[in-house]
Design a protein around this ligand. Structure first.
Ligand SMILES: *[C@@H]1O[C@H](CO)[C@@H](O)[C@H](O)[C@H]1NC(C)=O
Ligand SMILES: *[C@@H]1O[C@H](CO)[C@@H](O)[C@H](O)[C@H]1NC(C)=O
Ligand SMILES: *[C@@H]1O[C@H](CO)[C@@H](O)[C@H](O)[C@H]1NC(C)=O
Ligand SMILES: *[C@@H]1O[C@H](CO)[C@@H](O)[C@H](O)[C@H]1NC(C)=O
Ligand SMILES: *[C@@H]1O[C@H](CO)[C@@H](O)[C@H](O)[C@H]1NC(C)=O
Ligand SMILES: *[C@@H]1O[C@H](CO)[C@@H](O)[C@H](O)[C@H]1NC(C)=O
Ligand SMILES: *[C@@H]1O[C@H](CO)[C@@H](O)[C@H](O)[C@H]1NC(C)=O
Ligand SMILES: *[C@@H]1O[C@H](CO)[C@@H](O)[C@H](O)[C@H]1NC(C)=O
Ligand SMILES: *[C@@H]1O[C@H](CO)[C@@H](O)[C@H](O)[C@H]1NC(C)=O
Ligand SMILES: CC(=O)N[C@H]1CO[C@H](CO)[C@@H](O)[C@@H]1O
Length: 485
């Protein structure tokens, strides 16, 4: 049973009464979620599993092989968002067997608006690049394209356009591919490029983050290694553009513990999240070529191969000690005023709590724990549940929100719970006025993801908040309409 909460709020300034609410408009199923120990669908670092472009929504996920449950296949689905037939069409890549039970090995999807190519990075945990790109026109002329795996070329261990790069340097030990469309506002520095790819080279505790850009009909070019780990690695919360075309990134560092000779299980220490520390920030006004700290000082320059390093000045916004409970890769978003918001968690007070960190339009940072009951009324008591490695949430700043609202999509971390809550705060309330606007007692078995592009009406989306959820054994897309949010 879904609990739909209608919140009546008085806005005294305008003597206006409005109701902020969230309404479910559609629930659809993409497929059955593989019953592995570690989740292959719905990991917080999937950027993205759901992507809208040109009136169609696309989804990337794994399903089991029909004959062998030890084998999974990368799969893609699409649907028209309007018209007579809005059913999902899907296919699986039968020429690729995913066999490691490893929650890093997710699929990330990106789309080039210019040439209509679909790009996926998949099955990556410190291994050679696994990348695949479709023919041109697939996303620009969807009505003329029959949906099938034959639209895609073979699996590549390098990025097309960069055949000259030494694969054994640039395209080995890859994890966490993330794609992001380049908005119009960044075109001044992008040239004709319209998609970026961010990935880690290395391993937990020892790794660097690299950026690439894709130019339609030309291929990939390297921007550079913008985050260099020094006996550590940066775990980014995400990478996002603001409306001016500035690129924002926040991260925590994971220090390295030398585990040579130890039998380290797939997702276990000693290089675990207990070695995470600090909340760091940098941004770029020129598509990642140079990077600035909070005070606009240049801290990295790709032309001179100078990356951001842990000792770079002015990148550490909040010092959070090791064993301080900060998790890696939780969430970030940029709102329509250019404020970056970060969701992460800390146990710096003896209790693990979700924290919201945000940068004002005058570069001032605020750090606030999300309120607990009874201050927050939540049937799921969701903010009372965070654990050190519990399911991670998401932040959403609906671009068309007249209240400059910020939503936190929080999966309950309570034992065996699949409850999910959406909390909302507003700019006028200095993002402290959190209230639950929608809650379900079950249905979110792993980390919730959302479609950033569908939500953005200025970029062709219809403003619907589509969530990608693992609901029981179903991989589900839940469409929510935000009313007066
Ligand atoms: C199922 O897949 C696993 C992993 O690839 C393989 O080891 C096993 O032999 C397969 N079983 C059958 C019956 O093909
Ligand atoms: C995938 O695994 C099946 C057995 O489960 C095998 O028959 C098939 O050849 C494998 N495909 C690839 C591409 O390795
Ligand atoms: C880890 O320890 C091993 C064995 O002592 C050593 O050979 C190796 O260089 C160390 N690695 C790092 C990255 O410190
Ligand atoms: C950084 O530069 C921007 C744009 O020039 C300016 O608005 C902002 O105030 C500067 N921030 C700081 C901390 O100097
Ligand atoms: C980056 O380095 C290049 C080459 O030295 C230089 O021309 C450019 O001014 C530098 N950019 C910044 C922002 O320092
Ligand atoms: C938070 O820290 C306290 C004190 O160090 C510890 O007792 C507690 O178990 C920690 N909470 C979690 C969720 O790890
Ligand atoms: C909410 O969760 C916290 C932490 O587990 C617990 O202490 C508190 O009693 C819970 N409150 C309610 C109202 O369930
Ligand atoms: C969670 O589920 C497991 C397996 O069904 C069960 O053993 C355990 O008692 C449950 N824990 C709670 C707190 O309900
Ligand atoms: C999860 O699936 C069940 C069964 O289809 C459905 O009743 C429920 O609404 C779903 N929950 C969510 C949060 O979508
Ligand atoms: C740290 C790590 O994962 N290193 C690996 C990088 O890739 C090479 C080649 O595949 C492996 O030999 C290393 O073990």
């Amino acid at each position: 049973m879904l609990v739909n909460k209608l919140l009546l709020t008085l806005v005294w300034a305008g003597y206006e009464v409005y109701a902020a609410s969230v309404r479910i408009v559609d629930v659809t199923t993409l497929g059955q979620d593989p019953q592995t120990v570690n989740r292959l669908n719905g990991e917080s670092f999937q950027q993205d599993a759901l992507v809208t472009f040109n009136g169609y929504q696309y989804a990337a996920f794994y399903v089991d092989d029909a004959n062998n449950a030890s084998v999974r296949h990368p799969s893609l689905a699409r649907r028209a968002l309007t018209g007579q037939n809005t059913a999902w069409e899907s296919f699986s890549f039968m020429d690729y067997n995913q066999t490691d039970d490893d929650g890093h090995d997710i699929i990330s999807l990106g789309i080039s608006h210019g040439d209509g190519t679909l790009h996926i990075g998949f099955d990556q945990h410190d291994n050679n690049l696994n990348y695949r790109v479709s023919q041109s026109g697939v996303a620009t002329k969807p009505g003329e394209t029959a949906w099938s795996p034959s639209l895609f070329g073979s699996i590549l261990d390098h990025l097309p356009g960069l055949e000259n790069l030494d694969k054994s340097v640039y395209f080995i030990n890859i994890t966490y591919p993330r794609f992001l469309s380049i908005p119009e506002a960044a075109k001044q520095h992008a040239g004709d490029a319209d998609l970026i790819l961010e990935l880690r080279v290395g391993r937990s505790g020892l790794g660097d983050d690299w950026l690439y850009k894709y130019t339609p009909s030309k291929g990939w070019a390297q921007i550079g290694r913008y985050l260099e780990g020094v006996n550590n690695n940066a775990y980014i919360n995400g990478i996002d553009f603001d409306l001016r075309g500035n690129l924002h990134v926040t991260w925590t560092y994971r220090d390295y513990v030398n585990d040579t000779g130890q039998d380290v299980a797939v997702e276990a220490g000693p290089n675990g999240p207990e070695n995470n520390h600090d909340m760091d920030f940098a941004f770029s006004t020129d598509l990642g070529e140079t990077w600035l700290n909070n005070w606009n000082q240049t801290v990295a320059n790709m032309t001179t191969q100078q990356p951001i390093v842990p000792v770079s000045a002015g990148i550490t916004i909040f010092s959070i000690p090791k064993y301080g409970g900060i998790l890696n890769q939780e969430a970030q978003t940029v709102d329509s005023e250019g404020r970056i918001h970060v969701l992460n968690r800390e146990n710096t007070t003896g209790t693990e709590r979700w924290y919201h960190y945000w940068r004002s339009t005058t570069s001032h940072w605020t750090r606030t724990p999300l309120p607990l009951a009874p201050e927050l009324v939540s049937v799921n008591n969701v903010t009372g549940t965070p654990t050190v490695i519990g399911k991670r949430g998401k932040l959403v700043a609906p671009p068309s929100s007249k209240y400059h609202s910020l939503l936190a999509i929080l999966p309950s971390n309570a034992p065996n719970s699949s409850a999910i809550s959406i909390l909302r705060s507003t700019a006028a309330g200095h993002f402290r006025d959190w209230e639950a606007v929608w809650e379900a007692p079950s249905g979110c078995g792993w980390e919730p993801l959302f479609d950033r592009y569908r939500l953005d009406t200025s970029a062709g989306g219809d403003g619907v908040l589509s969530l990608f959820l693992v609901n029981g054994t179903a991989i589900e897309v839940l469409d929510l309409v935000l009313v007066d949010i």
